[in-house]
Design a protein around this ligand. Structure first.
Ligand code: GCU
Ligand code: CA
Length: 480
């Protein structure tokens, strides 16, 4: 048996960034789910353990494969059961090879791992020596699965020869609700309300694949949302609420969508929640890949991308990670500091699910970052944080990030305004000396020219963010 796995390949977008463009790639567009559809089916014979037959294994009607077939008892519930192995979870095609020498169809329940997933009807084939294959689609888990054919009439099953089993597609079609396992979330989402998942920090987004010729999204109260279909440039839909149609008249086949929301911050009190995808009639969601790398960016307004209108997707975190083919999160808040001294101190706040959480409520096992980039220190000066306090705070921050993400590469950026840079460097050295070798200082001297790359001497313009991403991406790329 050939084992196929999803081969996730992400177009890394280097050329685009190198060219200084500000177009944004959507990871979903570059995902290739390869190999699965062409996987050869594997045959499981009814007469071979661990298959079971509530009847007898016989070989008196020619045309079977292997050494015989299951002649199950003619009774309700007299089953044939197979144990199949799936290389990945998802939808599988099951070809049930059978013969029914009568003129009456024999219906059965199909149970996967003990749960009924569908029904099947085995029509008369004309003779007990005439074998045919009935194709069914069933959901399976990765690894071993039992497939049980359990008749629902007193005639029992037909004679069952074998099943041909093949995983043919990602997860089983989903309904687009927030809890749909085919939807991939990035960032910190509060999922306690099953109707609306709430985006915690800035820069959260979700990816999905779907069938059908239209797509929409269910919102609650007014929000600015952005989206991209099939990797097209990201577009805004501002001040929308309720059921929002995003596209119609799409071509057949499957499509990808990414959706994200403007963060709640300052005077903006939009409602950044996701209430589910609105699919066309009869359409479904399908599995979408998840990059193997996730870069978490911890910072302040610069990391959010404020005040640029197209934040977060024109901010350096998004651009840097997309350029690496990585997922990304922006645990960042305008005005944030490192130290909590009359300020959002991210050394504490990065442990929270959102900037409005009241305690360190985030569960870091929800996702693990493979790289963490810290850009903090621009605002501490305005809150009277001493250099000693800052350095000690930064050491604590680095310890905490390590605790949260045991396997991450950690990058401590010197801030563009050259504040506490020596202390940042010293904190990294202290952690290195303590044995954490995967913490690195990123020297950003000369990256940002306040006169040309910022709008106000502090906040990079969109072009400024592109420049930062061009510098940062190759540094991270060396380690992840
Ligand atoms: C006949 C046939 C069997 C079959 C049975 C049935 O006896 O020979 O192979 O299983 O009919 O009706 O189930
Ligand atoms: Ca029988």
């Amino acid at each position: 048996m050939r084992l196929y796995r999803y081969q996730l390949r992400f177009w890394r977008g280097r050329a685009l960034l190198a060219a200084g463009g500000v177009s944004v790639l959507v990871a979903g567009a570059g995902i290739v789910l390869a190999g699965v559809a062409s996987a050869a089916a594997t045959r499981y014979e009814a007469e071979s353990a661990p298959a079971t037959c509530d009847g007898v294994i016989e070989s008196n009607h020619a045309g079977y494969s292997g050494s015989g077939f299951c002649n199950a008892n003619n009774a309700v519930g007299a089953a044939a059961q197979f144990t199949v192995t799936a290389s990945v979870a998802g939808a599988a095609t099951l070809g049930v090879r059978f013969a029914n020498g009568t003129t009456t169809a024999r219906p059965a329940d199909v149970l996967v791992n003990g749960s009924r997933v569908t029904g099947a009807s085995f029509a008369g084939t004309g003779a007990w020596t005439t074998w045919t294959t009935l194709a069914l689609t069933v959901p399976v888990n990765a690894g071993g699965n039992t497939i049980r054919l359990s008749p629902i009439t007193a005639n029992g099953l037909p004679n069952v020869d074998a099943v041909d089993f093949e995983v043919t597609g990602g997860s089983v079609g989903g309904d687009g609700r927030p809890s749909d396992a085919n939807i991939q979330y990035y960032g910190r989402w509060n999922k306690s309300d099953s109707s609306y998942y709430a985006m915690g920090w800035a820069g959260g987004y979700l990816d999905a694949r779907f069938t059908g010729n239209s797509i929409g999204v269910r919102q609650r109260n007014t929000i600015d949302l952005y989206y991209s279909i099939d990797g097209a440039p990201i577009q805004w839909r501002r001040n929308v609420s309720g059921n929002v149609t995003l596209a119609s008249g799409l071509s057949g086949g499957t499509h990808t969508i990414r959706i994200g929301y403007r963060e709640r911050a300052g005077s903006y009190t939009g409602d950044p929640v996701f209430g589910g995808l609105i699919l066309a009639s009869g359409a479904q969601t399908a599995a979408i890949g998840r990059p193997s790398n996730l870069v978490e960016f911890i910072g302040d307004s610069i990391t959010v991308g404020q005040p640029n209108a197209n934040r977060p997707f024109t901010a350096y975190p998004w651009l840097t990670a997309e350029g690496l083919g990585a997922a990304h999160t922006q645990v960042a808040q305008g005005g944030a500091c490192l130290v909590s001294q009359d300020c959002y101190g991210m050394m504490d706040w990065f442990r929270r699910s959102s900037a409005s959480a009241t305690y360190d409520d985030w569960n870091f096992s929800t996702y693990q970052a493979t790289a963490v980039v810290i850009n903090l220190g621009t605002n501490d000066i305005g809150h009277g944080v001493s250099t000693t306090q800052f350095q000690q705070g930064y050491i604590t921050m680095l310890q905490r990030v390590r605790q949260a993400y045991p396997n991450a590469e950690i990058f401590a950026m010197g801030v563009f305004r050259n504040r506490y840079v020596t202390e940042t460097r010293n904190a990294v050295a202290a952690r290195n000396a303590a044995g954490d070798s995967r913490v690195r200082f990123v020297d950003t001297a000369g990256w940002v020219d306040p006169a040309t790359d910022t709008s106000d001497n502090v906040h990079p313009t969109e072009a400024g963010h592109v420049k930062i991403a061009q510098r940062l991406r190759p540094i991270i790329d060396q380690y992840i």
